[in-house]
Design a binder for this molecule. Sequence first.
Ligand code: HEC
Length: 125
Amino acid sequence: MRKLWAILLVLGLAWGQGVEALWARSCAQCHGEKGQGVRPYPSLQGALPLFATPEGRRYLVLVVLYGKKGEAGLMPGFSQLKDEELAALLNHLRALLGAKGEPFTPEEIRRGRGLNLTPDQVKRP
Ligand code: HEC
């Protein structure tokens, strides 16, 4: 039993480091280590309420898959990442913001694929 916990702990740590490294590699250059934003790119603080509504969650999935173009500039899409990775990144952001709402599942990401949207077609609800 103790061994099982040790294994789970190690896996948990490895996974945690994985998502932090992934955030650092994919998102931090524009949104910062903590989502605070790196000028001229926006802070993600305003995304907090989006985690708690179905339309908001759908939008968050579309943003990471297809990107977003707006007043604050252009974000590229990250559809090359796996469903698990994108779910982990959104859950990392959820934790950074202390947002309410269920964690994202890879299935929720998968349902947003295949739409071929361009960044200017992704609109905030
Ligand atoms: C090249 C810079 C850049 C990178 C890299 C980037 N973003 Fe963005 N992101 C932006 C810009 C610019 C916007 C806002 C576009 C607009 O609407 O004006 C944005 C918007 C967002 C939004 C919507 C916020 C809201 O309140 O509507 C989310 C969520 C988001 N980004 C998450 C991420 C995540 C997660 C990553 C890493 C996978 C990431 N971004 C990588 C530039 C970037």
